[in-house]
Design a protein around this ligand. Structure first.
Ligand code: GLV
Ligand code: GLV
Length: 321
């Protein structure tokens, strides 16, 4: 059978005949993934798993599944939830969904940047108190993105480039690290390449993270890095929570060194930091970067195409390595 850890909508129905005699089994809960015990039972005998960022797919899952497991298709561009070494050792193909979500994540990143720097959520919360108010010249003053504010992009890849295009339209000065920072496309957007994150940090008013999470870059942004940022600057994270040391972020926000943070992802998801939750200058979202309707359909379709290819003995469209 093919096991889906979450319902992915109607697109799945279109594949049932393509899977032939294989049964498609779907964890029915739309809100929560299968608890560990249930996951380990459900994967037994599966040839393919369709998983999401909330499923830790490791040795234990592969043992529970059995030797017939051929492919794990993650419905996400990131795949830090999957043990690639363990998969490779067993000849299991791992696929992800790159490309189809770049624009949706970039849109949300700009939305989060504007919401954070212009205090949109804080102002919304104020109005809902029903307290007396009137327009004021010093009310809810924030950062002028379009007055030459500088944006630091850590990880100028597919998503980073989509963010850079939008930021360029806002007139931001863009400094970036990453594989495409010195590309012609980046040059045309006026991107200034930085040799390292350390070189980038002191130059920017807004820092936005767009790199994958790896063993090496956990806490890429810690106390020292935050301290090296400009006083009054902002952090935006729509990549992965553990890239940022949240304790250090709390301290940088409490001291006023950082003016605010926009976080779509969190270090200990699904937990959010209680201190960050109390801060007016923090905008928090429940990991919704790719949550556009068409985007989510494309992600599901690509994951299903990957599974189908592997089950048919073909090269999948987007293997992770
Ligand atoms: C979501 O977090 C993704 O990696 O696509
Ligand atoms: C504000 O409402 C303005 O007219 O500038």
């Amino acid at each position: 059978h093919v096991y889906l850890t979450r319902p992915l909508g109607e697109v799945v129905d279109q594949y049932s005949s393509a899977f032939g005699s294989r049964e498609v089994r779907i964890h029915p809960d739309t809100e929560f993934p299968p608890p560990r015990e249930e996951l380990l039972k459900a994967v037994a005998g599966a040839e393919a798993l369709i998983t999401t960022v909330t499923d830790r797919i490791d040795e234990e899952v592969f043992d529970a599944a059995g030797d017939q497991l051929k492919v794990v298709a993650n419905v996400a561009v990131g795949y830090d939830n999957i043990d690639l070494e363990a998969a490779a050792a067993r000849g299991i193909t791992v696929t992800n969904t790159p490309g189809v979500l770049d624009e949706a994540v970039a849109d949300l990143t700009l939305g989060l940047m504007l919401a954070t720097t212009r205090r949109v959520v804080e102002a919304d919360r104020f109005l809902r108190t029903g307290r007396e108010w009137i327009w004021g010249p010093q009310g809810y003053v924030g950062l002028d993105i379009s007055a030459g504010a500088s944006l630091g992009i850590v990880g100028l890849g597919r998503i980073g480039m989509a963010v850079a295009k939008r930021a360029q339209a806002f007139g931001m000065k863009i400094v970036a690290t990453g594989s495409r920072a010195t590309s012609e496309e980046a040059q045309q957007l006026g991107v200034i390449p930085a040799a390292s994150v350390a070189e980038l940090l002191p130059q920017v008013d807004v820092l936005s993270l767009h790199c994958p999470l790896t063993e090496e870059n956990r806490h890429l942004i810690g106390a020292a890095q935050l301290q090296s940022m400009k006083p009054g600057s902002y952090l935006i994270n729509t990549a992965r929570g553990p890239l940022v040391d949240e304790k250090a972020l709390v301290a940088a926000l409490n001291s006023g060194h950082l003016a605010g943070a926009g976080l779509d992802v969190h270090e200990f998801e699904p937990q959010t930091d209680p201190q960050l939750r109390e801060m007016e200058q923090v905008v928090m979202l429940p990991h919704i970067g790719s949550a556009g309707g068409a985007t989510r359909r494309k992600m599901a379709t690509l994951a299903l195409d990957n599974v189908l290819a592997v089950l048919n003995g073909e090269q999948p469209p987007t293997p992770v390595r």
